[in-house]
Design a protein around this ligand. Structure first.
Ligand SMILES: Cc1cc2nc3c(=O)[nH]c(=O)nc-3n(C[C@H](O)[C@H](O)[C@H](O)COP(=O)(O)OP(=O)(O)OC[C@H]3O[C@@H](n4cnc5c(N)ncnc54)[C@H](O)[C@@H]3O)c2cc1C
Length: 588
C-alpha cells in the first residue's frame, strides 16, 4: 500500500515528537515508530535536561556553551553549540508550558541540580543547571509531548518498522519503506518531508544502558543508501552502570552528592579531577574507573567500583532518586541507603550519527550538500553539539532544541514550497521485498541471536573504552565474516504477524553496518580525544585531527573516510569571551 503524508517522522522519542508539533496543526503529519511511542528510549532518561535558567544560582548560556565545547574535547561545532545553549532556556520554558511536571524549588521555580562537567564562570566550580523531575525526567517529558501530539491530531503508526528510505533519481528523499509489524505487510510512505529520529546504537555492545530497540536503524539505512555517518568512533560509556547488567545509575546520583570509592575506600576521582571530582565528564570518569581496576583497586579484585550514597540518608534518596534505589534493590539486592552500589562503565550514547546542518537538513557529503526533503534530529543525528564527548543532560536538551528547529524549518519549507511530493520511483519496495523473501528462504543459517552475540563480543573486546591498533585490526578482520553470517541468518517463525524473528534479522544487519562504521572510524583516528582513548596514541593531536570523520560504506566492505573541518565560530568571534573557546588542554 502507498500511504501519503506531507511529513513522515520516523521515531517517537523526544526528538521525533517535538518535531511533529509545529506542522501538525496545518499539515498532515505522521509519526512512524517500531515501538509504541511511549516505549521509546527517551522515556528511560533519568537525571535531567539542562538550561542556564539560573533558578538556583547565577548562570548564563555562554558558560554552558564553554562547558559543552570543553566537554566535547573541542570537536563540537561551535555554531551549533551556541545555538543550543542560547535556545535552551526558552525551549525548557516551552516544555514547562506544554505541561512537563518538573521538580520545584521552594519558591516554585523549576529545580536544578549539578551534573558532570557543568560549571560556573568557565570552570570555576560545579553549577546547578540540570532541570529534573526526580529521576524520571525522560518519562514525564515523553508523556507530555505525546499528549500534545495527540491533541494536534498527529497520525501515529505504532509498531511499524522502517526498513529503507527512498531516494529518487533526482537525489530527493521521497519517503520510506516500512513493515507493519502487526500484519507483516510492506508499505511505502510517500511524503514531501521525511525525518529520521531513530535514536541510539547502544546494542552493538554486550553491556549497555540502551533498550533492545536501539539498533541504529536510521544511521545504518542511510549509510546503505550511500550517505555518510559522522564521528561514529565517539561512543560514550557511562561510568555508572549496575555491575554486570549495565542498567544505568544516573549521574544525578553523584549530582546529589554520591561519591565513587575504590577497594581502599578512597574517593579516587579527587586525584584525577581535583576541582570537580566525581562530577568530571563521563569520558574521564569511565577511563579513571578502568585505571583503578587495572591497577588492582577494583572491589575485591573484581572489575567494578563502589558508588556510595549512604551518607545522603533514606529520605533524600527516596525523594530525589527513587527509581535507581529500586533498580539497585531489585537487580543487585543492594539498599543504597545502607550499602554502596557496585558499578562499572556501560555503553550509553552515540555522539556521532547522521550529519546535519544547524537546521537539521541531512548532509549528502562532507561539504555543504544536503539531501532535499530529508531531516534528522536527536541521538541518531550529529549536528555536532557533543563532539567527542557529551555532557550529561545535554542529550535531552539536544532532542528538544533541534527537534524544535527541525519543526520550524519543515514548516518554513512547506509554507514556501507547498506540499507537492518528490517523484516516487517505480517499485520502490522491490529490493526490500526480495530481501525479506530471501530471509524466509534461508534454511541453513544461524539464528540472529547467535550472530548478534558474536558481534557484540567482538565490539566489546575491540572497540570499547580503551582501544589499540592491534586489537581493532583483529576486529576489522572479523567484520566480513560477521556481515556474511548476518545476511544468511535463518528464522524459525515463517509467519507474517508479529514476526520478531524477522525484525531481529533486519536489525542485525543494521548492527553490523553500525559496528563497521564505529570500528573503522576509530581505527582511522590516530589520537585520543574524548571518548576515543587510544593506548597507542595517548595524546590529543589538534594539528592533524581537529576534524570530523565522514564514513561511507557500500555495505560490501568498500569503505571510505573523508573529513570536514570543525566549526570554531565562538573562538573566532569578536566577543570578549572568544579566547575561552580556543582549544587547550582539558583539566577539571
Ligand atoms: C537509561 C538512559 C538514561 C538516560 N538519561 C538521560 C538524561 O537524564 N539526560 C539526558 O540528557 N540524556 C539521557 N539519556 C540519553 C537520551 O535519553 C537519549 O539520547 C535520547 O532519549 C534519544 O532520544 P531520541 O528521540 O533521539 O530517540 P529514542 O527516544 O531512542 O527514540 C527512538 C525512536 O525511533 C523509533 N525507531 C527506531 N528505529 C526504527 C525503525 N527502524 N522504524 C521505525 N521506528 C524506529 C523507536 O521506535 C523510537 O520511537 C539517557 C539514555 C539512557 C539509555
Amino acid at each position: 500500500m502507498i500511504i501519503n503524508h506531507d511529513v513522515v517522522i520516523v521515531g517517537a522519542g523526544l526528538a521525533g515528537l517535538r518535531a511533529a508539533i509545529e506542522s501538525a496543526e496545518k499539515y498532515n503529519v505522521a509519526v512512524v515508530s517500531k515501538l509504541h511511542p511511549l516505549r521509546s528510549h527517551s522515556g528511560a532518561a533519568q537525571g535531567g535536561i539542562c538550561a542556564a535558567l539560573g533558578n538556583e544560582e547565577e548562570d548564563n548560556w555562554v558558560w554552558h556553551a564553554f562547558d559543552t565545547v570543553k566537554g566535547a574535547d573541542y570537536l563540537g561545532d561551535q555554531d551549533a553549540i551556541a545555538q543550543m545553549c542560547y535556545d535552551a532556556p526558552k525551549t525548557i520554558r516551552e516544555m514547562e508550558h506544554f505541561g512537563v511536571p518538573f521538580s520545584r524549588t521552594e519558591k516554585g521555580l523549576i529545580a536544578q541540580r549539578p551534573f558532570g562537567g557543568h560549571t560556573r564562570n568557565f570552570g570555576e566550580a560545579p553549577v546547578r543547571r540540570a532541570c529534573y523531575a526526580a529521576d524520571r525526567t525522560g518519562h514525564v517529558c515523553l508523556h507530555t509531548l505525546y499528549e500534545n501530539c495527540i491533541k494536534r491530531n498527529v497520525r501515529f503508526y505504532p509498531e511499524v518498522q522502517m526498513i529503507d528510505i527512498i531516494i529518487n533519481e533526482d537525489g530527493e528523499c521521497a519517503g520510506i519503506v516500512a513493515m507493519d509489524i502487526r500484519s507483516g505487510e510492506i508499505h511505502i510512505f510517500h511524503s514531501k518531508i521525511t525525518m529520521m529520529a531513530t535514536g541510539g546504537i547502544g546494542r552493538i555492545y554486550q553491556t549497555t544502558s540502551n533498550a533492545h530497540a536501539n539498533t541504529g536503524d536510521g544511521v545504518a539505512i542511510l549509510l546503505r543508501n550511500g550517505l555518510p555517518a559522522e564521528d561514529m568512533e565517539f561512543v560514550q560509556f557511562h561510568p555508572t552502570g549496575l555491575y554486570r547488567l549495565g542498567i544505568l545509575v544516573t549521574e544525578g546520583a553523584r549530582g546529589e552528592g554520591g561519591i565513587l570509592l575504590n577497594n581502599n575506600g578512597e574517593r579516587f576521582m579527587a586525584k584525577y579531577a581535583p576541582t570537580v571530582k566525581d562530577l568530571a565528564p563521563r569520558d574521564m570518569v569511565s577511563q579513571c574507573i578502568y585505571k583503578e581496576i587495572q591497577e588492582g583497586r577494583g572491589i575485591n579484585g573484581q572489575p567494578y567500583v563502589h558508588l556510595d550514597l549512604t551518607h545522603l540518608g533514606l529520605a533524600e534518596i527516596e525523594k530525589k532518586l527513587p527509581e535507581i534505589a529500586t533498580f539497585a534493590k531489585i537487580y543487585l539486592g543492594v539498599d543504597p541507603s545502607k550499602n554502596p552500589i557496585p558499578v562499572a562503565p556501560t555503553c550509553h550514547y552515540a555522539m556521532g550519527g547522521i550529519p546535519t546542518d544547524i537546521n537539521c537538513h541531512v548532509r549528502s557529503n562532507e561539504g555543504d550538500g544536503i539531501v532535499k526533503g530529508l531531516y534528522a534530529a536527536g541521538e541518531c543525528a550529529c549536528v555536532s553539539v557533543h563532539g567527542a564527548n557529551r555532557l550529561g543532560t545535554n542529550s535531552l536538551l539536544d532532542l528538544v532544541v533541534f527537534g524544535r528547529r527541525a519543526a520550524l524549518e519543515i514548516l518554513r519549507e512547506l509554507e514556501t514550497e507547498g506540499t507537492k511530493k518528490p517523484y516516487l520511483p517505480k517499485n520502490a519496495d522491490a529490493k526490500i521485498k526480495n530481501r525479506i523473501n530471501q530471509i524466509f528462504a534461508n534454511n541453513d543459517g544461524e539464528s540472529a541471536a547467535i550472530v548478534r552475540e558474536d558481534l557484540q563480543k567482538m565490539m566489546t573486546k575491540c572497540a570499547s573504552v580503551f582501544r589499540t591498533e592491534e586489537v581493532m585490526q583483529e576486529g576489522a578482520k572479523e567484520l566480513p565474516e560477521l556481515r556474511k553470517r548476518a545476511r544468511k541468518v535463518k528464522i524459525k517463525d515463517k509467519g507474517k504477524e508479529f514476526n520478531t524473528d524477522l525484525m531481529e534479522a533486519l536489525e542485525l544487519e543494521n548492527l553490523v553496518t553500525i559496528s563497521e562504521s564505529v570500528l573503522l572510524s576509530a581505527l582511522n583516528r590516530r589520537e585520543s580525544r574524548g571518548a576515543q582513548a587510544r593506548v597507542d596514541y595517548p595524546e590529543r593531536d589538534d594539528a592533524n585531527w581537529m576534524k570530523h570523520t565522514f564514513f561511507y560504506t557500500d555495505d560490501n566492505g568498500h569503505t571510505e573516510i573523508k573529513y570536514r573541518p570543525v566549526n570554531m565560530a565562538l573562538a573566532e568571534s569578536n566577543e570578549e569571551y572568544a579566547d575561552k573557546f580556543k582549544p587547550r588542554v582539558r583539566k577539571y
